[in-house]
Write a protein that binds this ligand. Structure first.
Ligand SMILES: [Zn+2]
Length: 80
């Protein structure tokens, strides 16, 4: 149980860190109510809706939980 919680928290910390990296690389753009977040390799753009807490990436679809793109949009929002 404790191990499981540790793993969950480590995953969360990693996603926040990756969200910061995406933000610092200038990968986040605002488009009206939505945020467009480019993948780190720049090949894909994911659409984040902060009002609904959704993202179009595979990670979000799989887990239905906050992904690095959502974190990057939250950071972008807080900084601008
Ligand atoms: Zn995502």
């Amino acid at each position: 149980m404790l191990k499981e919680k540790d793993t969950v928290e480590r995953g969360l910390v990693q996603r926040v860190e990756r969200g910061w990296i995406l933000h610092n690389l200038g990968k986040v753009l605002r488009d009206g109510p939505l945020y467009l977040v480019e993948s780190s390799k720049g090949k894909t753009v994911y659409v984040v809706d902060l009002d609904r807490d959704t993202c179009t990436c595979k990670d979000w679809r799989r887990r239905r939980d906050t992904c690095k793109h959502i974190f990057s949009a939250v950071i972008f929002n807080a900084k601008s």
